[in-house]
Design a protein around this ligand. Structure first.
Ligand code: KIV
Ligand code: ZN
Length: 499
């Protein structure tokens, strides 16, 4: 069966969505999870965009051995040079260069004539080819380009040495039938197309990104570009888990397969959601909390008679475990490590030491610890901050007849700093005290969300805050059985990230 290459752009297109910027360490962790799930190509960033992007691409390129690592580059010498510099130590590097080919982009954005666009494509793909052999060319806004011109543009790129031709639906405009026609047309009308890989990159503005990607696969596309959880500019990109499970579940129809280890989908999706401090939507296809839940009596009855009445995929196929295990304060390290492995998490010694310490603290507060608690301990540690303020202790007083007040003491390195404040409720009072202690740039608390991670009165409560400062948005996360403590931890974490 034909194999579709899965090209993941979570770390580039996904990171371009507001509030989704990630620390290098977080990007590396996600890239390693992608390598474990056997993603074929990881777009690690846009090397020229910033020093941070350059470092992230370089680090990922040096670390990842099993997947191709790629950097985006506009069709200009400087971008291609930077992409090459960042990728030069990769085992399997790829430069991904792009130029728009639609009338509206050429006239108003690029201010280039169509002839100039063709010349630039040829020149820049040839230039990139002097740096390495694997070169992808994207005709930005391909789906709103004139067909004859698009054929000329991709033919030029192929003649100049491109190995992959990508057809982006940059603004999420086309329908699945149009996408099927376009891929069929390009396959039949572009000279040399049979010698290169044909790729699609779909955005979700009309909710069709996955449908369009799958239509392209059916028409003979070789590569699908996607992101974990469908993150990406505006309404996002095609969701990898949906594309992969779509192909796997309906291989009879699509007549192709992917090399993805689907049992890694659930943990990798959670890793991305938690890294970004985003909640998992309950009805999200494949990875939503309710994706495999059956509540209606008639459905439950059908499921008991035969699972296939209402389930087209098994929860196990995406890595969800069916049996629950319960742990307590006397549970041993070995049993916990074994369970985490079954759940798809592999921790090194230092990570396991750290987890065991937090496990013991949790077990002191909570009698029984289940899989969701364990998962929270692994994935929902506070978002990564190298050096920052830490919570030492706090006290709050509140009630419906007193003014709430809070005393918060933080550790700033070895130094202890303390403030007291009153506020409209205990969290407001605590946040005011923290604002007195952490000298962050002017900011507002844009959003505050609280979830219960597990069930019961002693459930772990997770707080996610979104803090805005000028045009920068950061997320902070805190986890505790005490929701005031989670709130305080989340705010400190967010301010540390802002600093
Ligand atoms: O959406 C798009 O057109 C892109 C290209 C740079 C591939 O992200
Ligand atoms: Zn895109």
């Amino acid at each position: 069966m034909r194999k579709i290459t899965i090209f993941d752009t979570t770390l580039r297109d996904g990171e371009q969505s507001p509030g989704c910027s990630m620390h290098i360490t977080e990007k590396l962790e996600i890239a390693m999870a992608m390598e474990r799930m056997r993603v074929d190509v990881i777009e690690a960033g846009f090397a020229v965009a910033s020093q941070g992007d350059f470092e992230a691409v370089s680090k990922i390129a040096a670390q990842i051995k099993e997947s191709t690592v790629c950097s985006l580059a506009r069709a200009v010498v400087k971008d291609i040079d930077m992409a090459y510099e960042a990728l030069k130590h990769a085992q399997s590097p790829r430069i991904h260069t792009f130029l728009a080919t639609s009338p509206v982009h050429m006239e108003y954005k690029l201010k280039m004539t169509p002839e100039k666009v063709l010349q630039t494509i040829g020149d820049m793909v040839r230039y990139a080819k002097t740096k390495m052999s694997d070169i992808e060319f994207s005709a930005e806004d391909a789906c709103r380009s004139e067909r004859d011109f698009l054929v000329k543009a991709v033919s030029t790129a192929i003649e100049a040495g491109a190995t992959v031709i990508n057809i982006p639906d940059t603004v999420g405009y086309v329908t699945p039938i149009e996408m099927f026609d376009l891929i069929t047309y390009l396959r039949n009308h572009v000279h040399g197309m049979e010698n290169v890989a044909l790729s699609v990159h779909c955005h979700n503005d009309l909710g069709l990104a996955v449908a369009n990607s799958l239509a392209a696969a059916r028409a003979g596309a070789d590569q699908i570009e996607c992101t974990i959880n469908g993150l990406g500019e505006r309404a996002g990109n095609a969701a990898m888990e949906e594309v992969v499970m779509g192909i796997q579940t309906r291989k009879d129809f699509y007549q192709c397969m992917t090399g993805i280890d689907t049992t890694r989908i659930s943990t990798t999706s959670k890793l991305v959601y938690t890294t970004l401090g985003l909640p998992v939507p309950i009805n999200k296809a494949i990875v939503g909390t309710n994706a495999f839940a059956h509540e209606a009596g008639i459905h439950q009855h059908g499921m008991l008679a035969n699972r296939e009445t209402y389930e087209i995929m098994t929860p196990q196929s995406i890595g969800l475990l069916q049996n629950q295990m319960v742990f307590g304060k006397h549970s041993g390290r070995h049993a916990i490590e074994k369970r985490l492995n079954e759940m798809g998490y592999e921790l090194n010694k230092a990570e396991l030491d750290d987890l065991m310490e937090r496990f013991k603290q949790l077990a002191d507060r909570k009698r029984s610890i289940n899989d969701s608690d364990l998962e929270a301990l692994v994935t929902k540690q506070t978002l990564y901050v190298e050096n920052g303020y830490r919570l030492d202790r706090f006290t709050v007083n509140c009630g419906n007849y007193i003014t709430s007040n809070a005393v918060v003491r933080l550790k700033d390195g070895e130094k202890l700093v303390e403030a007291v404040a009153i506020g409209d409720g205990p969290i407001d009072a605590a946040y005011k005290a923290i604002d007195m202690l952490i000298k962050a740039p002017p900011h507002i608390l844009d959003d505050y969300t609280i979830f219960s991670v597990t069930e019961g009165n002693d459930a772990l409560g997770e707080v996610i805050v979104r803090i805005k400062s000028g045009d920068k948005t950061v997320t902070g996360r805190g986890l505790s059985t005490d929701i005031i403590e989670s709130s305080i931890l989340a705010y400190i974490n967010g301010l540390n990230r802002l600093l």
